[in-house]
Design a protein around this ligand. Structure first.
Ligand code: SAJ
Length: 504
Protein backbone atom coordinates (compact mmCIF):
# COMPACT_ATOMS: atom_id res chain seq x y z
CA UNK A 1 0.00 0.00 0.00
CA UNK A 2 1.47 3.32 -1.06
CA UNK A 3 1.50 5.77 1.80
CA UNK A 4 1.26 9.48 1.06
CA UNK A 5 2.21 11.60 4.07
CA UNK A 6 -0.08 14.43 5.00
CA UNK A 7 0.57 16.66 8.00
CA UNK A 8 -1.36 14.15 10.14
CA UNK A 9 0.52 11.33 8.34
CA UNK A 10 -2.08 8.72 9.25
CA UNK A 11 -2.76 6.47 6.22
CA UNK A 12 -6.32 7.12 5.06
CA UNK A 13 -8.07 3.80 4.41
CA UNK A 14 -11.18 4.95 2.54
CA UNK A 15 -11.42 3.65 -1.07
CA UNK A 16 -11.78 7.12 -2.67
CA UNK A 17 -8.55 8.20 -0.99
CA UNK A 18 -6.84 5.05 -2.18
CA UNK A 19 -7.99 5.59 -5.78
CA UNK A 20 -6.94 9.26 -5.71
CA UNK A 21 -3.56 8.22 -4.27
CA UNK A 22 -3.08 5.65 -6.96
CA UNK A 23 -3.92 8.11 -9.75
CA UNK A 24 -1.54 10.70 -8.30
CA UNK A 25 1.28 8.21 -8.02
CA UNK A 26 0.62 6.90 -11.52
CA UNK A 27 0.92 10.46 -12.80
CA UNK A 28 4.19 11.08 -10.97
CA UNK A 29 5.57 7.72 -12.07
CA UNK A 30 4.84 8.63 -15.70
CA UNK A 31 6.51 12.02 -15.32
CA UNK A 32 9.62 10.50 -13.71
CA UNK A 33 9.78 7.77 -16.33
CA UNK A 34 9.59 10.41 -19.06
CA UNK A 35 12.50 12.28 -17.41
CA UNK A 36 14.59 9.16 -17.07
CA UNK A 37 17.51 8.92 -14.61
CA UNK A 38 18.59 12.00 -12.63
CA UNK A 39 21.16 13.91 -14.68
CA UNK A 40 21.02 17.54 -13.53
CA UNK A 41 21.04 18.43 -9.83
CA UNK A 42 20.53 21.76 -8.05
CA UNK A 43 21.70 22.55 -4.49
CA UNK A 44 20.22 25.62 -2.80
CA UNK A 45 22.45 27.25 -0.16
CA UNK A 46 26.23 27.32 -0.58
CA UNK A 47 27.10 26.82 3.07
CA UNK A 48 28.98 24.11 4.99
CA UNK A 49 26.24 21.61 4.10
CA UNK A 50 25.46 22.62 0.49
CA UNK A 51 29.00 23.05 -0.85
CA UNK A 52 30.32 19.53 -0.09
CA UNK A 53 26.96 18.05 -1.11
CA UNK A 54 27.07 19.83 -4.50
CA UNK A 55 30.71 18.88 -5.08
CA UNK A 56 30.01 15.21 -4.33
CA UNK A 57 26.94 15.15 -6.59
CA UNK A 58 29.10 16.69 -9.35
CA UNK A 59 31.64 13.91 -8.84
CA UNK A 60 29.08 11.20 -9.70
CA UNK A 61 29.89 10.12 -13.28
CA UNK A 62 26.29 9.84 -14.49
CA UNK A 63 25.20 13.19 -13.05
CA UNK A 64 25.93 15.56 -15.93
CA UNK A 65 25.78 18.93 -14.17
CA UNK A 66 25.25 20.40 -10.71
CA UNK A 67 24.14 23.98 -10.09
CA UNK A 68 25.01 25.51 -6.73
CA UNK A 69 22.39 28.23 -6.08
CA UNK A 70 23.49 31.15 -3.94
CA UNK A 71 21.70 34.49 -3.43
CA UNK A 72 23.90 37.28 -4.66
CA UNK A 73 23.56 39.13 -1.34
CA UNK A 74 26.11 41.60 0.09
CA UNK A 75 27.06 39.15 2.86
CA UNK A 76 27.44 35.97 0.83
CA UNK A 77 27.43 36.83 -2.88
CA UNK A 78 31.25 36.57 -2.88
CA UNK A 79 30.90 32.81 -2.67
CA UNK A 80 29.63 32.65 -6.27
CA UNK A 81 32.86 33.87 -7.84
CA UNK A 82 35.01 31.86 -5.42
CA UNK A 83 33.17 28.63 -6.12
CA UNK A 84 33.26 29.21 -9.88
CA UNK A 85 37.03 29.48 -9.51
CA UNK A 86 36.97 26.09 -7.78
CA UNK A 87 37.83 27.67 -4.41
CA UNK A 88 36.01 26.89 -1.16
CA UNK A 89 34.68 29.89 0.79
CA UNK A 90 34.44 27.75 3.94
CA UNK A 91 36.77 28.61 6.84
CA UNK A 92 38.90 25.95 8.48
CA UNK A 93 40.40 22.76 7.19
CA UNK A 94 38.10 20.55 5.08
CA UNK A 95 40.24 17.64 3.82
CA UNK A 96 39.76 17.02 0.09
CA UNK A 97 37.20 19.75 -0.54
CA UNK A 98 39.37 22.24 -2.42
CA UNK A 99 40.79 19.48 -4.62
CA UNK A 100 37.31 18.11 -5.37
CA UNK A 101 35.89 21.56 -6.13
CA UNK A 102 38.81 22.31 -8.46
CA UNK A 103 38.25 19.04 -10.26
CA UNK A 104 34.47 19.30 -10.80
CA UNK A 105 34.62 22.97 -11.78
CA UNK A 106 37.50 22.22 -14.17
CA UNK A 107 35.46 19.40 -15.70
CA UNK A 108 32.53 21.78 -16.19
CA UNK A 109 30.33 19.59 -13.94
CA UNK A 110 29.68 22.18 -11.23
CA UNK A 111 28.83 25.86 -11.46
CA UNK A 112 27.49 28.34 -8.93
CA UNK A 113 24.74 30.79 -9.88
CA UNK A 114 22.22 33.23 -8.40
CA UNK A 115 19.86 32.59 -11.34
CA UNK A 116 17.12 30.43 -9.77
CA UNK A 117 15.48 30.04 -13.20
CA UNK A 118 18.01 27.26 -13.73
CA UNK A 119 16.00 25.19 -11.24
CA UNK A 120 13.79 24.44 -14.26
CA UNK A 121 16.70 22.50 -15.79
CA UNK A 122 17.15 20.29 -12.72
CA UNK A 123 15.85 16.74 -12.24
CA UNK A 124 16.50 17.03 -8.49
CA UNK A 125 16.91 20.03 -6.19
CA UNK A 126 18.12 19.92 -2.59
CA UNK A 127 17.80 22.72 -0.01
CA UNK A 128 20.57 23.00 2.59
CA UNK A 129 19.57 26.14 4.48
CA UNK A 130 20.11 26.80 8.20
CA UNK A 131 17.07 26.86 10.48
CA UNK A 132 18.29 28.47 13.75
CA UNK A 133 15.99 29.30 16.66
CA UNK A 134 15.49 33.01 17.10
CA UNK A 135 14.49 32.53 20.70
CA UNK A 136 14.04 29.03 22.08
CA UNK A 137 11.60 30.29 24.74
CA UNK A 138 8.83 30.38 22.16
CA UNK A 139 10.05 27.26 20.32
CA UNK A 140 9.70 29.06 16.98
CA UNK A 141 12.60 28.40 14.63
CA UNK A 142 13.60 31.04 12.08
CA UNK A 143 12.41 29.44 8.85
CA UNK A 144 12.70 32.70 6.88
CA UNK A 145 15.77 31.71 4.82
CA UNK A 146 14.31 28.24 4.17
CA UNK A 147 10.96 29.73 3.10
CA UNK A 148 12.76 32.05 0.68
CA UNK A 149 14.64 29.04 -0.74
CA UNK A 150 11.41 27.07 -1.12
CA UNK A 151 9.77 30.00 -2.89
CA UNK A 152 12.71 30.30 -5.29
CA UNK A 153 12.47 26.58 -6.08
CA UNK A 154 8.68 26.62 -6.37
CA UNK A 155 8.69 29.49 -8.87
CA UNK A 156 10.76 27.46 -11.34
CA UNK A 157 9.69 23.93 -10.45
CA UNK A 158 8.87 21.69 -13.43
CA UNK A 159 6.80 18.45 -13.45
CA UNK A 160 8.70 15.31 -12.48
CA UNK A 161 11.35 17.08 -10.40
CA UNK A 162 12.46 15.76 -7.01
CA UNK A 163 12.76 18.31 -4.18
CA UNK A 164 14.72 17.33 -1.04
CA UNK A 165 15.07 19.30 2.20
CA UNK A 166 18.42 18.71 3.97
CA UNK A 167 18.09 21.32 6.71
CA UNK A 168 17.25 20.18 10.22
CA UNK A 169 13.55 20.98 10.51
CA UNK A 170 10.66 20.53 12.88
CA UNK A 171 8.95 17.18 12.25
CA UNK A 172 5.96 17.76 9.96
CA UNK A 173 7.62 20.55 7.96
CA UNK A 174 8.32 18.58 4.76
CA UNK A 175 4.76 17.24 4.38
CA UNK A 176 3.36 20.49 5.79
CA UNK A 177 4.84 23.94 5.29
CA UNK A 178 7.39 22.97 2.60
CA UNK A 179 4.80 21.11 0.50
CA UNK A 180 2.34 23.99 0.80
CA UNK A 181 4.88 26.62 -0.32
CA UNK A 182 6.14 24.54 -3.24
CA UNK A 183 2.57 23.81 -4.42
CA UNK A 184 1.47 27.44 -4.03
CA UNK A 185 4.45 28.80 -5.97
CA UNK A 186 4.46 26.18 -8.73
CA UNK A 187 0.76 25.35 -9.13
CA UNK A 188 1.93 21.72 -9.11
CA UNK A 189 0.85 19.00 -6.63
CA UNK A 190 3.41 17.14 -4.49
CA UNK A 191 3.21 13.38 -4.99
CA UNK A 192 1.42 13.87 -8.28
CA UNK A 193 3.50 16.37 -10.27
CA UNK A 194 6.75 16.39 -8.26
CA UNK A 195 8.50 14.20 -5.71
CA UNK A 196 9.26 15.57 -2.23
CA UNK A 197 11.56 14.18 0.48
CA UNK A 198 13.68 14.94 3.53
CA UNK A 199 17.30 13.75 3.80
CA UNK A 200 18.80 15.35 6.93
CA UNK A 201 22.47 16.37 6.81
CA UNK A 202 24.77 14.75 9.37
CA UNK A 203 27.94 16.67 8.62
CA UNK A 204 30.41 18.03 11.13
CA UNK A 205 32.81 20.85 10.45
CA UNK A 206 36.28 19.51 9.65
CA UNK A 207 34.98 16.21 8.20
CA UNK A 208 32.29 17.35 5.74
CA UNK A 209 33.18 15.10 2.76
CA UNK A 210 33.94 12.08 4.94
CA UNK A 211 30.65 12.41 6.83
CA UNK A 212 28.53 12.61 3.65
CA UNK A 213 30.30 9.63 2.06
CA UNK A 214 30.58 7.42 5.14
CA UNK A 215 27.60 8.11 7.38
CA UNK A 216 24.40 6.20 6.67
CA UNK A 217 21.94 8.54 4.96
CA UNK A 218 18.38 8.79 6.21
CA UNK A 219 16.07 9.39 3.21
CA UNK A 220 12.34 9.97 3.71
CA UNK A 221 9.75 10.76 1.01
CA UNK A 222 6.19 11.99 1.40
CA UNK A 223 5.32 8.80 -0.52
CA UNK A 224 7.16 5.69 -1.65
CA UNK A 225 7.86 7.07 -5.11
CA UNK A 226 9.48 10.20 -3.63
CA UNK A 227 11.55 8.04 -1.31
CA UNK A 228 12.72 5.88 -4.23
CA UNK A 229 13.69 8.92 -6.33
CA UNK A 230 15.62 10.39 -3.36
CA UNK A 231 17.44 7.07 -2.88
CA UNK A 232 18.46 7.33 -6.58
CA UNK A 233 19.92 10.79 -5.84
CA UNK A 234 21.90 9.93 -2.67
CA UNK A 235 23.01 6.30 -3.17
CA UNK A 236 25.76 7.13 -5.74
CA UNK A 237 27.41 9.57 -3.32
CA UNK A 238 27.85 7.07 -0.47
CA UNK A 239 31.02 5.00 -0.10
CA UNK A 240 30.70 3.02 3.15
CA UNK A 241 27.38 4.62 4.18
CA UNK A 242 24.04 2.95 3.45
CA UNK A 243 20.77 4.65 2.50
CA UNK A 244 18.09 4.14 5.16
CA UNK A 245 14.67 4.79 3.56
CA UNK A 246 11.63 5.82 5.62
CA UNK A 247 8.81 8.40 5.53
CA UNK A 248 9.62 12.13 5.50
CA UNK A 249 8.28 12.69 9.01
CA UNK A 250 10.19 9.70 10.37
CA UNK A 251 13.33 11.19 8.78
CA UNK A 252 12.66 14.54 10.45
CA UNK A 253 12.14 12.85 13.82
CA UNK A 254 15.30 10.71 13.34
CA UNK A 255 17.50 13.75 12.82
CA UNK A 256 16.11 15.75 15.74
CA UNK A 257 16.04 12.67 17.98
CA UNK A 258 19.67 11.68 17.34
CA UNK A 259 20.82 15.03 18.70
CA UNK A 260 18.18 15.05 21.45
CA UNK A 261 19.53 11.70 22.64
CA UNK A 262 23.11 12.96 22.63
CA UNK A 263 22.05 16.01 24.66
CA UNK A 264 20.21 13.63 27.04
CA UNK A 265 23.32 11.48 27.50
CA UNK A 266 25.40 14.55 28.29
CA UNK A 267 22.79 15.78 30.78
CA UNK A 268 22.79 12.38 32.47
CA UNK A 269 26.54 12.54 33.12
CA UNK A 270 26.37 16.23 34.08
CA UNK A 271 23.77 15.38 36.74
CA UNK A 272 25.99 12.50 37.90
CA UNK A 273 28.88 14.99 38.19
CA UNK A 274 26.77 17.29 40.38
CA UNK A 275 25.83 14.31 42.57
CA UNK A 276 29.49 13.25 42.85
CA UNK A 277 30.49 16.75 43.94
CA UNK A 278 27.79 16.65 46.62
CA UNK A 279 28.86 13.18 47.77
CA UNK A 280 32.57 14.00 47.79
CA UNK A 281 33.69 11.54 45.11
CA UNK A 282 35.41 11.71 41.74
CA UNK A 283 32.93 11.46 38.86
CA UNK A 284 35.73 10.21 36.57
CA UNK A 285 36.25 7.16 38.81
CA UNK A 286 32.52 6.49 38.60
CA UNK A 287 32.51 7.10 34.84
CA UNK A 288 35.34 4.61 34.31
CA UNK A 289 33.51 2.10 36.47
CA UNK A 290 30.23 2.49 34.61
CA UNK A 291 31.95 2.44 31.21
CA UNK A 292 33.60 -0.86 32.15
CA UNK A 293 30.21 -2.55 31.73
CA UNK A 294 30.59 -3.84 28.18
CA UNK A 295 29.07 -6.60 26.10
CA UNK A 296 25.77 -7.61 24.58
CA UNK A 297 23.25 -4.94 25.41
CA UNK A 298 24.71 -4.04 28.79
CA UNK A 299 27.10 -1.38 27.47
CA UNK A 300 26.52 2.07 28.93
CA UNK A 301 27.02 5.12 26.68
CA UNK A 302 28.33 7.38 29.42
CA UNK A 303 29.68 10.60 27.97
CA UNK A 304 31.75 13.40 29.56
CA UNK A 305 30.60 15.95 32.14
CA UNK A 306 31.53 19.54 31.41
CA UNK A 307 30.94 23.28 31.69
CA UNK A 308 27.90 23.09 29.41
CA UNK A 309 26.60 22.27 25.92
CA UNK A 310 26.98 24.68 23.01
CA UNK A 311 26.89 24.49 19.23
CA UNK A 312 24.07 24.76 16.71
CA UNK A 313 22.85 21.15 16.84
CA UNK A 314 22.27 20.00 20.41
CA UNK A 315 21.10 23.39 21.66
CA UNK A 316 18.16 23.46 19.24
CA UNK A 317 17.23 20.01 17.95
CA UNK A 318 15.45 19.04 21.16
CA UNK A 319 13.13 22.02 20.68
CA UNK A 320 12.50 21.00 17.06
CA UNK A 321 11.47 17.54 18.28
CA UNK A 322 9.25 18.94 21.05
CA UNK A 323 7.65 21.34 18.60
CA UNK A 324 7.10 18.48 16.15
CA UNK A 325 4.91 16.71 18.67
CA UNK A 326 2.94 19.91 19.18
CA UNK A 327 2.65 20.70 15.44
CA UNK A 328 1.70 17.17 14.36
CA UNK A 329 -0.74 17.18 17.19
CA UNK A 330 -1.52 13.50 17.58
CA UNK A 331 -2.95 12.17 20.85
CA UNK A 332 0.12 12.21 23.16
CA UNK A 333 -0.18 9.97 26.22
CA UNK A 334 2.41 11.20 28.76
CA UNK A 335 2.66 11.31 32.59
CA UNK A 336 0.41 14.17 33.71
CA UNK A 337 2.25 17.25 34.87
CA UNK A 338 5.66 15.81 34.10
CA UNK A 339 8.16 17.88 32.10
CA UNK A 340 9.57 16.23 28.99
CA UNK A 341 12.74 14.28 29.84
CA UNK A 342 14.32 15.99 26.83
CA UNK A 343 13.67 19.58 27.88
CA UNK A 344 14.67 18.64 31.43
CA UNK A 345 17.98 17.47 29.98
CA UNK A 346 18.34 20.79 28.16
CA UNK A 347 17.74 22.53 31.51
CA UNK A 348 20.47 20.53 33.24
CA UNK A 349 22.98 21.22 30.46
CA UNK A 350 22.07 24.92 30.44
CA UNK A 351 22.59 24.96 34.24
CA UNK A 352 26.26 23.96 33.96
CA UNK A 353 27.58 27.48 33.23
CA UNK A 354 25.68 28.63 36.35
CA UNK A 355 27.27 25.79 38.30
CA UNK A 356 30.67 26.99 37.04
CA UNK A 357 29.85 30.40 38.53
CA UNK A 358 28.96 28.76 41.87
CA UNK A 359 32.27 26.84 41.76
CA UNK A 360 34.11 30.11 41.07
CA UNK A 361 32.44 31.82 44.05
CA UNK A 362 33.31 28.78 46.18
CA UNK A 363 36.97 28.91 45.06
CA UNK A 364 37.29 32.63 45.83
CA UNK A 365 35.70 32.40 49.31
CA UNK A 366 38.65 30.82 51.25
CA UNK A 367 40.70 33.98 50.56
CA UNK A 368 37.80 36.26 51.47
CA UNK A 369 37.08 37.23 47.88
CA UNK A 370 33.75 37.44 46.08
CA UNK A 371 32.92 37.72 42.39
CA UNK A 372 32.49 41.46 42.85
CA UNK A 373 35.83 43.11 42.35
CA UNK A 374 37.62 39.93 41.26
CA UNK A 375 39.35 39.43 37.92
CA UNK A 376 38.35 36.20 36.16
CA UNK A 377 40.56 34.74 33.43
CA UNK A 378 38.06 32.81 31.22
CA UNK A 379 40.00 30.25 29.19
CA UNK A 380 38.20 28.92 26.12
CA UNK A 381 35.37 30.69 24.28
CA UNK A 382 34.77 28.02 21.56
CA UNK A 383 31.85 25.65 22.28
CA UNK A 384 34.03 22.61 21.58
CA UNK A 385 37.66 21.59 22.21
CA UNK A 386 40.33 22.62 19.68
CA UNK A 387 37.86 24.43 17.40
CA UNK A 388 37.16 28.03 16.40
CA UNK A 389 33.38 27.40 16.44
CA UNK A 390 31.79 29.48 19.19
CA UNK A 391 28.10 29.24 18.26
CA UNK A 392 25.90 29.19 21.40
CA UNK A 393 29.01 28.80 23.58
CA UNK A 394 28.24 28.01 27.26
CA UNK A 395 31.02 30.45 28.17
CA UNK A 396 28.74 33.35 27.24
CA UNK A 397 26.07 32.94 29.97
CA UNK A 398 28.89 32.42 32.49
CA UNK A 399 30.62 35.64 31.39
CA UNK A 400 27.37 37.60 31.47
CA UNK A 401 26.53 36.37 34.99
CA UNK A 402 30.05 37.08 36.25
CA UNK A 403 29.95 40.62 34.85
CA UNK A 404 26.50 41.12 36.40
CA UNK A 405 27.96 40.05 39.75
CA UNK A 406 30.62 42.75 39.47
CA UNK A 407 33.58 40.68 38.29
CA UNK A 408 36.02 41.73 35.60
CA UNK A 409 36.25 39.00 32.92
CA UNK A 410 39.21 38.62 30.54
CA UNK A 411 38.57 36.04 27.79
CA UNK A 412 41.23 33.96 26.05
CA UNK A 413 40.86 31.57 23.14
CA UNK A 414 43.70 30.45 20.81
CA UNK A 415 41.24 29.29 18.12
CA UNK A 416 38.40 31.84 17.92
CA UNK A 417 39.45 34.78 15.73
CA UNK A 418 38.78 38.06 17.58
CA UNK A 419 38.30 39.88 14.25
CA UNK A 420 36.58 37.45 11.85
CA UNK A 421 34.58 35.18 14.17
CA UNK A 422 30.92 36.37 14.32
CA UNK A 423 30.67 34.85 17.80
CA UNK A 424 33.85 36.38 19.30
CA UNK A 425 33.23 38.36 22.50
CA UNK A 426 34.44 41.97 22.77
CA UNK A 427 38.01 42.10 24.09
CA UNK A 428 38.84 38.48 23.23
CA UNK A 429 42.62 38.07 23.60
CA UNK A 430 45.12 35.67 22.10
CA UNK A 431 47.75 36.70 24.69
CA UNK A 432 47.31 34.14 27.48
CA UNK A 433 49.79 35.79 29.89
CA UNK A 434 47.89 39.07 29.63
CA UNK A 435 44.62 37.30 30.45
CA UNK A 436 46.19 35.41 33.39
CA UNK A 437 48.03 38.45 34.80
CA UNK A 438 46.56 39.48 38.19
CA UNK A 439 43.68 37.02 37.82
CA UNK A 440 41.94 36.07 41.06
CA UNK A 441 40.33 33.05 39.34
CA UNK A 442 41.37 30.99 36.30
CA UNK A 443 38.23 29.35 34.81
CA UNK A 444 38.56 26.73 32.05
CA UNK A 445 35.52 26.51 29.73
CA UNK A 446 36.95 24.74 26.64
CA UNK A 447 39.33 21.80 26.78
CA UNK A 448 41.71 23.25 24.21
CA UNK A 449 45.03 21.40 24.08
CA UNK A 450 46.82 24.69 24.96
CA UNK A 451 45.29 24.47 28.45
CA UNK A 452 46.29 20.88 29.12
CA UNK A 453 49.94 21.83 29.40
CA UNK A 454 49.60 24.89 31.67
CA UNK A 455 52.36 25.03 34.31
CA UNK A 456 50.65 25.75 37.72
CA UNK A 457 53.69 27.44 39.29
CA UNK A 458 54.03 29.79 36.31
CA UNK A 459 50.32 30.57 36.25
CA UNK A 460 50.44 31.36 39.95
CA UNK A 461 53.27 33.87 39.41
CA UNK A 462 51.19 35.55 36.70
CA UNK A 463 48.16 35.66 39.02
CA UNK A 464 50.38 37.32 41.59
CA UNK A 465 48.70 36.13 44.81
CA UNK A 466 49.23 33.39 47.39
CA UNK A 467 46.04 31.44 46.71
CA UNK A 468 44.45 32.16 43.33
CA UNK A 469 41.44 30.07 42.30
CA UNK A 470 41.30 27.57 39.45
CA UNK A 471 37.96 26.18 38.21
CA UNK A 472 38.21 23.31 35.74
CA UNK A 473 35.16 22.87 33.48
CA UNK A 474 36.71 20.27 31.16
CA UNK A 475 39.00 18.11 33.34
CA UNK A 476 42.18 19.55 31.80
CA UNK A 477 44.22 20.38 34.93
CA UNK A 478 45.74 18.00 37.50
CA UNK A 479 44.11 18.99 40.83
CA UNK A 480 47.01 17.82 43.04
CA UNK A 481 49.65 19.75 41.08
CA UNK A 482 47.66 23.01 41.24
CA UNK A 483 46.64 22.58 44.89
CA UNK A 484 50.27 21.83 45.84
CA UNK A 485 51.48 25.25 44.62
CA UNK A 486 48.70 27.07 46.45
CA UNK A 487 45.67 27.21 44.13
CA UNK A 488 42.17 26.85 45.50
CA UNK A 489 40.85 24.13 43.15
CA UNK A 490 37.29 23.39 42.07
CA UNK A 491 36.41 21.01 39.25
CA UNK A 492 33.19 19.73 37.65
CA UNK A 493 32.47 16.37 39.26
CA UNK A 494 35.56 16.45 41.50
CA UNK A 495 33.85 16.02 44.87
CA UNK A 496 37.03 14.24 46.01
CA UNK A 497 39.09 17.45 45.60
CA UNK A 498 36.65 20.34 45.91
CA UNK A 499 36.94 20.51 49.72
CA UNK A 500 40.76 20.44 49.90
CA UNK A 501 42.79 22.35 52.54
CA UNK A 502 44.87 25.35 51.44
CA UNK A 503 48.48 24.44 50.57
CA UNK A 504 51.58 26.10 49.18
N1 SAJ B 1 29.79 17.86 25.15
C1 SAJ B 1 29.90 17.51 26.50
N2 SAJ B 1 30.14 16.21 26.83
C2 SAJ B 1 30.27 15.24 25.86
C3 SAJ B 1 30.15 15.62 24.50
C4 SAJ B 1 29.91 16.93 24.17
O1 SAJ B 1 29.78 18.36 27.38
O2 SAJ B 1 30.50 14.09 26.21
C5 SAJ B 1 29.52 19.25 24.81
C6 SAJ B 1 30.62 19.88 23.98
O3 SAJ B 1 31.56 20.50 24.83
C7 SAJ B 1 29.85 20.91 23.15
C8 SAJ B 1 28.47 20.28 22.99
O4 SAJ B 1 28.36 19.27 23.99
O5 SAJ B 1 29.72 22.11 23.87
C9 SAJ B 1 28.19 19.65 21.63
O6 SAJ B 1 29.27 18.79 21.36
P1 SAJ B 1 29.14 17.68 20.13
O7 SAJ B 1 30.33 16.80 20.26
O8 SAJ B 1 27.81 17.07 20.14
O9 SAJ B 1 29.37 18.55 18.82
P2 SAJ B 1 28.28 19.14 17.83
O10 SAJ B 1 27.33 20.04 18.50
O11 SAJ B 1 29.03 19.66 16.66
O12 SAJ B 1 27.42 17.85 17.40
C10 SAJ B 1 27.62 17.32 16.13
C11 SAJ B 1 26.33 16.62 15.76
N3 SAJ B 1 26.43 16.23 14.37
C12 SAJ B 1 25.42 16.57 13.54
O13 SAJ B 1 24.43 17.15 13.88
C13 SAJ B 1 25.61 16.14 12.12
C14 SAJ B 1 26.13 15.38 16.59
O14 SAJ B 1 25.03 14.63 16.06
C15 SAJ B 1 27.35 14.51 16.57
O15 SAJ B 1 27.13 13.39 17.42
C16 SAJ B 1 28.54 15.31 17.08
O16 SAJ B 1 28.72 16.42 16.18
C17 SAJ B 1 29.80 14.46 17.07
O17 SAJ B 1 29.69 13.27 17.43
O18 SAJ B 1 30.87 15.04 16.78
Amino acid sequence: MLQRESPRSSPNMNPEYQIEMHTMTENLATLIKKRGPIRTVGVIGMGYVGIPAAALFADVPHFEHVYGFQRDSPSSGYKITMLNRGESPLKGEEPGLEELLGRVVGAGKFSCTSDFAKVAECDAVTLAIQTPFLDKKDLLPDFTPLIEGLRNVGRHLTPGTLVVLESTITPGTTAGMAREILEAESGLVAGKDFALAHAPERVMVGRLLRNIREHDRIVGGIDDLSTARAVELYAPVLTTGEVIPMTATAAEVTKTAENTFRDLQIAAVNQLALYCEAMGINVYDVRAGVASLEGEGITRAILWPGAGVGGHCLTKDTYHLERGVQVLGGELDFPAGRESLYTLARGINDFMPEHMLHLTESALAPTGKTLAGSKIALLGWAFINDSDDARNTPAEPFRDAALAAGAEVAVHDPWVDPVTSPDAPPGLLRDLDAVLRDADAVVVFAGHKEYRGLEPARVKVLCGSAHPAVVDGRNVVDPDAWIAVGFVYRGIGRGDKNRHALRG
